[in-house]
Design a protein around this ligand. Structure first.
Ligand code: ADP
Length: 364
């Protein structure tokens, strides 16, 4: 989606991925097979381009730092990425910059956590998050009682106070080198219980003005504190008493911003390009209310992909389908998304329910 936005501006795009059939491989200018975690792959890729950005946090930091020291333009900065890659460093950053985020403690391993429970320094309930490598809820364990202790994850982790969540929201914000900042409208996220993936995303949110202002202030404060050049997706919790807490951030285009392609004047992808080219940031005004749903592989299907209900769903007004072109489906694999535009959120939600029932990702 970033490559498609770049093609509007005649930007030559190089994409590196370990899978030569990855979605971007068919629409970028040059595809390079390689691992973003491999030092040599990142260095040789970086040497071929003028500017680098990334759409995944797991990139070899040492390679990015070396390229930066040699004068390569990298957005967001590898130092920012290094903090965000580690949830422990993220939490310390929030503390330092007075960003509201659930109280936390850091532990080196499972045994330390067990000991802390035994000695009473830690009490139930709490949320354990692996410091590195987690995504889509993998690497997070909610420990409510002693019974859940079997679910503790091995490894260095952040232990967080459990928040009584009323709503999970996201604000995607952009900043260019000149320091201009713009936020996309607050969106509400609804999760798929089984897969812990964002299932439905609603824009605009139904939160009151005060909470929306607070969420925007936090997102602006965060991106300014990072002095970032690029996009920062800020995932937040609104608790039962309307306090806003930062859960985590992602320094890249985000699933909670895919609706912007159709429902906002500037998409998150165009905004990222504007930010890193130091152009004026584009308008983030809503064109139409929207609901976005992820197209996930059906639980019982694995193998060559086929889509059921495509023609029928394309016949519904306001339904915009994006298939990523992944050749194989797996249970809960993200295979695409659908944005449903309508004059009211209620109608968009109703149409989203129909699309969810009819459009299925299966295998042959
Ligand atoms: P990931 O990085 O894998 O997306 P998150 O940190 O977003 O993981 O956590 C996944 C989910 O766990 C969140 O969307 C939320 O529902 C729940 N969660 C995370 N932290 C807390 C917390 N402190 N209190 C309550 N629920 C939490």
């Amino acid at each position: 989606m970033l490559v498609l936005a770049a093609s509007n501006w005649d930007v030559k795009t190089f994409v590196m991925d370990s899978d030569e059939h990855c979605p971007a491989s068919t629409c970028c200018s040059i595809f390079v097979k390689g691992s973003q975690l491999n030092f040599d792959d990142v260095i040789s890729f970086g040497n071929r381009v003028d500017m680098i950005t990334f759409e995944i946090e797991n990139v070899n930091i040492e390679a990015l730092k070396k390229l930066k020291s040699e004068g390569k333009k990298i957005f967001p900065d590898p130092d920012t990425l290094e903090i965000i890659q580690d949830k422990g460093l993220q939490k310390e950053f929030y503390q330092k910059h007075k960003i509201p985020s659930p109280e936390f403690l850091l532990y080196e391993n499972k045994d330390e956590i067990i000991k802390a429970i035994e000695t009473g320094t830690l009490t139930f309930p709490f949320v354990q998050k692996l410091r590195k490598g987690g995504y889509d809820g993998k690497g997070v364990a909610i420990i409510r009682t002693q019974k859940d202790m079997n679910n503790l994850l091995p490894g260095r982790s952040v232990i967080e106070k459990q928040i009584e969540i009323e709503k999970e929201i996201s604000v995607i914000t952009a900043r260019n080198k000149k320091g201009e900042i713009k936020c996309f409208p607050v969106v509400e996220m609804e999760f798929n219980e089984g897969a812990n993936l964002v299932e439905k995303l609603i824009c605009p949110s139904s939160l009151n003005e005060e909470t929306i202002t607070r969420a925007n202030e936090i997102a602006v404060h965060l991106i300014s504190s990072f002095e970032m050049c690029g996009l920062l997706a800020v995932e937040m919790f609104v608790d039962k008493t309307n306090n806003v807490w930062v859960n985590e951030v992602a320094p890249r285009p985000h699933n909670s911003g895919h609706h912007t392609i159709e429902s906002i004047i500037t998409s998150q992808f165009e905004q990222l390009l504007r930010a890193i080219f130091n152009f004026p940031l584009g308008s983030t005004q809503i064109k139409m209310p929207s609901v976005m749903i992820n197209l996930l592989g059906e639980p019982d299907h694995e193998g060559a992909v086929r889509y059921e209900g495509l023609t029928e769903c394309l016949g519904i007004e306001g339904v915009k389908i994006h298939l990523y072109g992944k050749k194989k489906t797996k249970p809960f694999r993200k295979m695409g998304h659908v944005t449903i535009l309508s004059t009211t959120i209620e109608e968009a939600k109703n149409k989203a329910m129909i699309v969810k029932q009819k459009l299925k990702v299966k295998s042959w």
